[in-house]
Design a binder for this molecule. Structure first.
Ligand SMILES: [Zn+2]
Length: 364
């Protein structure tokens, strides 16, 4: 990507599938995110969006009219919406499949798994379903759905997901057997890129975890790859923004950030809900970005993203908004016995505030 085209990003991610949040979300954008200088809002529609192109693949009740309302609020607030459409992996949660695989089970990479999660030996044996990376009929559905969401929002940046893809190049799949993971992963990226970037002229983002060599950087098998998928890094276009998420501390740091810049990519480190980890990741990211600049590497760091894996309910937005308005600087003490769903999302709010303030004047 040309240096002058790299956006300075202070991005926030949420997951939406209920239309009931629309008005609150508009308020959150205008009164919570905009005053902090947030530049981009990634809205993930996993699992649901009301598609006009394939009503049978719709789920939830958020659709075009809600998208247009949110897009108008974001435009007024000077924030760019980036729809997130999960591709390849994460097609559903655990054994429960997405609508795409429910309606078209012929796309499932591993259709013959036990039906009960407790019969699975461990998460790396099976985590979530993927679509088969060799069956290109899937794009007859995926690309029109992507186009529809992009048009509904009037967006020109799209995030295609692709994190935590474990079901890939399975020997049990007659179409994929004998092919390698990096080949099939890169092939999927390139098909999406051909449509999104070359045909449509949109900017493409994806999660970066499958392209991190976990062994080299001391990463775990979720934020990095242990099965050679990472070798796909040399088989894909460099104009994709790599959202490189890290949610845990790592005393070895996050040197993989420099590798993306070295390879010519634009990287967007992504944190989550622990303020101290967010601070550490951002310090690491800026360190490796400076080191990459000194070495004259051709890529860049766009900024940072703070993710939220809570469902975006009105309750969540009501809890977040006052914390952002107060520019919360630290996580309050919470009784450790409080169940996770009852805890205020203070770590996410504090992470957003920290990122926004630290990167206030940041230029890639
Ligand atoms: Zn397959």
């Amino acid at each position: 990507m040309k240096a002058h085209l790299i956006p300075a990003m202070r991005a926030v991610h949420i997951r939406v599938d209920h239309a009931a949040v629309t008005d609150n979300l508009c308020r959150y954008i205008k009164e919570g995110l905009a005053p902090l200088g947030i530049t981009h809002l990634v809205i993930e529609f996993n699992p649901g969006y009301v598609f006009k192109c394939f009503p049978e693949l719709s789920f939830g009740d958020f659709g075009r009219e809600h998208a247009q309302k949110v897009a108008a609020a974001a435009k007024e607030a000077g924030i760019e919406i980036i729809p997130l459409f999960m591709c390849l992996g994460h097609q559903g949660w655990r054994l429960d499949t997405s609508m795409l695989l429910k309606v078209y089970p012929e796309f499932i990479e591993r259709p013959h798994l036990p039906t009960e999660a407790e019969h699975l030996p461990h998460d790396l044996f099976f985590y979530c379903h993927s679509w088969c990376a060799s069956n290109d009929k899937v794009y007859d559905y995926v690309l029109p759905m992507i186009d529809e969401i992009m048009e509904d929002f009037g967006a020109d940046m799209i995030h295609v997901g692709m994190d935590e893809v474990f079901d890939l190049a399975e020997s049990t799949c007659p179409c994929c057997s004998g092919k390698t993971r990096p080949f099939l992963f890169a092939r999927t990226v390139n098909i999406l890129h051909d449509h999104i970037v070359r045909e449509k002229g949109w900017q493409m983002l994806m999660w970066a975890d499958r392209l991190n060599n976990a062994k080299e950087f001391g990463y775990h098998a979720w934020e990095g790859d242990i099965w050679d998928t990472w070798k796909a890094i040399d088989l894909i276009p460099k104009d994709i923004i790599m959202a490189d998420w890290h949610y845990d501390m790592n005393e070895q740091g996050f040197r993989g950030i420099e590798r993306f810049i070295e390879k010519g990519f634009t990287v967007l480190p992504a944190a989550w809900r622990k303020l101290d980890q967010t601070q550490y990741l951002l310090d690491e990211a800026l360190k490796w970005r400076d080191s990459a600049k000194e070495k004259g590497y051709s890529g860049a760091m766009a900024g940072m993203m703070v993710t939220s894996w809570n469902n975006c309910t009105n309750e969540f937005l009501d809890a977040m908004l006052p914390m952002l308005k107060d520019r919360i600087q630290e996580e309050p003490e919470i009784d450790p016995d409080t169940p996770r769903e009852k805890r205020p999302p203070a770590g996410i709010a504090a992470s957003i505030v920290h990122m926004a303030e630290k990167l206030k004047d940041y230029q890639p």
